[in-house]
Design a protein around this ligand. Structure first.
Ligand code: PEP
Length: 240
């Protein structure tokens, strides 16, 4: 059976103490799920050390939600890829649409990928079109523009690409199976000459729509936002 990666993006839904408590209260359930699938948790920065400590020896993986494009230096408020590696993260999300909305460009995202690979952290690069781009029929062109700078900087180290249509994030709307098929085939073709690339889908995944996505041969896992904050829903997504 296919071993999917389920990446739980906890965004900034909870403040640090509540986020750590959310983790500790559900640790047993996450641990059980991690015997059935690859589970990776993405808490906010300040919760990472405490959760990393709790995860020592666990098969649950830890990830950060972003990192700096710079190696180290005078970058007030930023967190380096090196720190993310030191705290014990296996993964780091970059290029999330909620970060792109703050002005992050494809070149900056490619620099972040470089920093992460230098520190042996696997980048999860988010790409996806806005509602307007979708309506204009330029989705594939947008995805190419987002992917090309990334493909120039990667070697054969593991890389994850998450197709997340911006209009599907947090909206309870998802693309049709036909659209997903076409888009993921395009991404798979673009990345075919790179080894070690896993494709995820993200955007309003829930316990009711997950089965349909699992019919897609190119999907290697899911990036899950709000549904990952409901442990019962998350469990059903993983077990469906
Ligand atoms: C996300 O923000 O990466 C995401 C997939 O969010 P949601 O599941 O809430 O749409």
């Amino acid at each position: 059976m296919k071993q999917y990666l389920y990446a739980a993006n906890w965004k900034m839904y909870l403040p640090m103490q509540e986020e750590i408590l959310f983790f500790t209260s559900h640790k047993q359930e996450f641990t059980e799920l991690s015997t059935q699938a690859s589970i990776a948790l993405f808490p906010s920065y300040l919760s990472l050390p405490a959760i990393a400590q709790e995860l020592q020896g666990s098969s649950i993986k830890l990830g950060a939600q972003d990192c700096s494009a710079a190696p180290l230096g005078a970058y007030t408020g930023q967190v380096s890829a090196r720190s993310i590696a030191q705290v014990g993260c296996t993964y780091c999300i970059v290029g999330h649409s909620e970060r792109r909305a703050l002005g992050e460009t494809n070149d900056i995202i490619a620099q972040k990928v470089t920093r992460l690979l230098e520190n042996s952290v696997t980048p999860i690069v988010c790409i996806g079109e806005t509602a307007q781009e979708n309506a204009q029929g330029v989705t594939l062109t947008i995805l190419e523009m987002q992917l090309e700078p990334i493909l120039k900087v990667i070697s054969d180290k593991p890389l994850v690409i998450a197709y997340e249509p911006v209009w599907a994030i947090g909206t309870n709307r998802t693309p049709t199976s036909t659209d997903i098929e076409k888009i993921l085939l395009h991404i798979a073709t673009m990345t075919a000459h790179h080894k070690n690339i896993t494709l995820l889908y993200g955007g309003s995944i829930d316990k009711d729509n997950i089965k349909e996505f699992k019919n897609n041969a190119h999907i290697g896992g899911f990036l899950i936002g709000h549904a990952s904050m409901d442990s019962q829903e998350f469990k059903k997504i993983v077990q469906s």
